[in-house]
Ligand binder design. Structure first.
Ligand code: GUN
Ligand code: FE
Length: 465
């Protein structure tokens, strides 16, 4: 059974109950058969696949293949801080928790510990692609790229640029705009060495956010983006005080979005995280430049940043994906971000109208197809189509057949369940639910225990057994 969002209709999941997908040795999908009762009939049709490894969902069980999740915004060095934010908001949170933690990655052994765990954990939650912010440190950033490459996670790895002396602490910043550029280039060169065609790991140009960079750095990073054609990522309009700070630091521009636009950074390859407090004019500018938005609902709730108006962005024609924003977001799970997307949209609906509610199906679309568009890989990942790559997760819900259990008459409870739950979420009794309902149960009650195996580009990169 495989389930994915369709390319053109975000509100519909395509469910194929008895299909088969053939993946070649390059990790590329060669065929999608919608009716495949058994392996033999498939091999008759595709003799090349005679000796292929076969992975089957268990018949009669609530198991299905789903496209791997795309985390369009995550700070790998902040992984150990997940859950630690107290009652802080963005600007004090950065100074209190975030900058000290990131500064500690000047030690390569600290970086190795944190990055190894971050990559392993996100993979185990089904994140097959991640757009990572690293730190200002070149060796640690290069190590993150090495770890993603070795673990087989598709990744964009960005060395963070932050050269503004008044905004960034002395203990954690670039000495100059030129240092920002030179060190970014060192990280680009490293990734070019380990993955010349950026098949799995790609550099990404990363001005932290407008306040952390001087105009000179933004200008030079915009120029570098144009020269290299590389993707870019930054934050925009996350917090009201941050928006005020941008007004104060860049008084010559009308808005936050216009600051990025003025430096050539508002392009189709730019991923803008948060995008909560945008004016209509900014939204239209983002749409006209075809810059992309990473929606981070867990972080936006945790740091009281606000509720991003995702329906408004989508209706305005803006491309949106989901981000965990660890550790503004407390969870490395994109499934949690999917859940929070539906919930935050309901809060937005209370003030802006019922049409703002996002369904489970739409939120899963954002986590897969939407994310693929955000990172510029919509023809490669995010769905199961011939020519796309096999980035997938095998999901299993606990299916309990009742009605034929024979308990001794003096036994009140089913003792076997007290050995501890074997998977997350409620049981699927009698197989009553439709597939859409099973998927909704997964979204609202599931976790990484339901993620039985994960593949990137055809390679199995995680397995629970
Ligand atoms: N704005 C600038 N830096 C950060 C960061 O690390 N996390 C979040 N959520 N917002 C930021
Ligand atoms: Fe962030």
């Amino acid at each position: 059974t495989f389930i994915h969002s369709t390319r053109d209709e975000a509100s519909k999941l395509d469910v194929c109950e008895e299909g088969a997908i053939g993946v070649n040795s390059d990790g590329v999908i060669e065929f999608v058969e919608r009716e495949a009762k058994d392996v033999d009939s498939i091999v008759d049709k595709y003799p090349n696949f005679k000796n292929a490894d076969v992975v089957q969902t268990k018949p009669g069980k609530a198991q299905f293949f789903f496209p791997g999740f795309i985390d369009t915004h995550i700070h790998a060095p902040q992984y150990p801080n997940a859950g630690v934010f107290g009652s802080s908001t963005l600007l004090d949170w950065l100074n209190k928790y975030t900058f000290p933690r990131e500064a500690s990655l000047s030690s390569l052994s600290v970086a190795r510990t944190i990055y190894s765990r971050c990559v392993a954990r996100t993979l185990s939650h089904g994140t097959t692609t991640a757009a990572y912010y690293a730190t200002i440190h070149v060796p640690a950033t290069n190590l993150l790229a090495d770890i993603c490459s070795a673990a087989g996670q598709r990744a964009f790895v960005g060395r963070v640029c932050m050269d503004h002396k008044d905004i960034n602490p002395d203990y954690y910043r670039d000495e100059s705009a030129d240092e920002s550029i030179a060190n970014t280039c060192l990280c680009i060169d490293h990734i070019k060495n380990i993955d010349p065609n950026y098949e799995l790991v790609s550099p990404i140009i990363t001005p932290r956010f407008a306040p952390s960079c001087t105009a000179e750095a933004l200008h030079k990073l915009g120029k570098l983006a144009k020269e290299t054609g590389l993707p870019c990522q930054t934050h925009i309009s996350e917090n009201r005080n941050e928006v005020q700070l941008v007004k104060h630091l860049f008084p010559e521009y009308d808005s936050y979005a216009e600051v990025y636009d003025a430096f050539g950074l508002l392009t189709p390859k730019m991923i803008l995280a948060h995008a909560i407090h945008l004016s209509k004019k900014e939204m239209e500018l983002i749409k006209n430049r075809d810059a992309k938005v990473s929606h981070c609902p867990v972080s936006n709730s945790a740091l009281t940043s606000g509720g991003a108006k995702v329906r408004w962005l989508l209706d305005g024609g803006v491309t949106v994906g989901l981000g965990t924003d660890v550790s503004g977001g407390y969870s490395p799970s994109v499934l949690e971000a999917v859940r929070a997307t539906t919930l935050v949209s309901r809060h937005v609906a209370l003030s802006d109208g019922d049409e703002c509610k996002l369904s489970v199906e739409e939120s899963l679309y954002l986590a897969t197809r939407g994310g693929a568009k955000v990172v510029g890989l919509e023809n490669k990942i995010g769905g199961f189509e011939v020519g796309m790559e096999w980035d997938a997760q095998l999901i299993g819900l606990e299916l309990v057949e009742t009605g034929n259990d024979e308990f001794p008459e003096d036994e009140v409870v089913d003792k076997s369940v007290f050995e501890g739950p074997k998977s997350a979420g409620p049981v699927d009794l009698f197989g009553w639910e439709s597939w859409d309902e099973k998927v909704a149960k997964w979204v609202y009650n599931g976790d990484d225990r339901n993620t039985l195996a994960v593949w990137v580009k055809g390679r199995r990169v995680w397995s629970r057994t």
